[in-house]
Ligand binder design. Sequence first.
Ligand SMILES: Cc1ncc(COP(=O)(O)O)c(C=O)c1O
Length: 402
Amino acid sequence: MVVGFNEKARTDKWKIASHVLGLETSIIREILKISSQPGVISFAGGLPAPEMFPLDDMLEALGVVFKKYGHTSVQYSLSRGITELRELIAARATKRGTKSEIDNILIVSGAQQGIELVARAFIEPGDYIITENPTYLGALQAFNYYRARYATVEMDDEGMIIDQVERQIERHHPKMIYTVSNFQNPTGITMSEPRRRALLELAIANDIPILDDNPYGDIRFAGKPVPTMKCLGGDAVITVRTFSKVLAPGLRVGWMNGPKEIMGQFEKVKQCADLHTNALLQYMIYEYISAGKLEPQIERIKVDYRKKRDLMLQAMRDEFPQGIRWTEPEGGLFLWVTLPGHVSAKELFPRAIERKVAYVYGETSYPNGGGENTFRLNFSNASHADIVEGIGRLGKLFRENI
Ligand SMILES: Cc1ncc(COP(=O)(O)O)c(C=O)c1O
């Protein structure tokens, strides 16, 4: 009998391991399925704008790769990643203030794999992780697999509230601090420099590593740059970064930058996971960047996303009734909406779908529950016309139901 992907595995027959049966499929994936119905304007996904994918330049780089590296480009390769790309990433980081050498860099199959490798290497059942509240759902999925527990910390518009971090350290002796410090998914909030320094001070004093998940750091289109956690914290910080948001997410290429003495541990666990990241695409990205294409590409994205953010914010000001608050991110792909306390964004979701507009309700991103009155909007993926129309539909929904 063929078991469809949607069928629940029959535990008696297949004896699926309990740690897998206990996993929930991402609610966001379910929301995305509903959101992809015809005619629905979706602000739910975290998708970059497809028109920003530099297809011609990537094709050109691929041509160069086949000519220059031949068989090597499609042969089995090193688990730590191809040397050329690691060197280039280290040099780029150093140029931007994070002194890095090749042995600090491990290429991974997307930032998501970086998070997974860190969880695999560090987390034992019951270990506490400090996270922002709310936080990135994909990280929670990776941590849940290792049966982590969460010591959550509220944010204001400067990021984590440091008193709460201090209290959570005292109470739970966490194994790790996980932060999305730049243009956070889901809230769009960026941690201020004083908060970063205070967080680092606490982490270093208590010997707790910080995992800084930084996929959006390059996409700052407003406000003043803030030094990265890695730049300020050196070896106290392991950072995961990615080409997903500045090139294309389907490439599945990202990297980790961490202390040399532990990168071997991550390499070991990566070897178990997938031997190595797609070598052809690592060479392609190397050639693409070497041809000087990445920085102009990032500039194009910033211009595009800034326009879309501005359009969405203006439409919200025009359409949303009193009593609704939202963040105004200076970069990244998302903003975060807070409805009046008694209103459930999850309960309103089916009504939004009836009106052919979708968001991700926020409670999925709270590790220990809460956030029923919140939701996330993505502004990078929809067209200008759909942003205006979709926010108009949401505004009408809220005016009629709040
Ligand atoms: C905070 C955060 N970390 C990691 C990822 C995963 O990125 P990648 O495509 O590089 O695996 C995402 C993707 O949306 C994200 O928002």
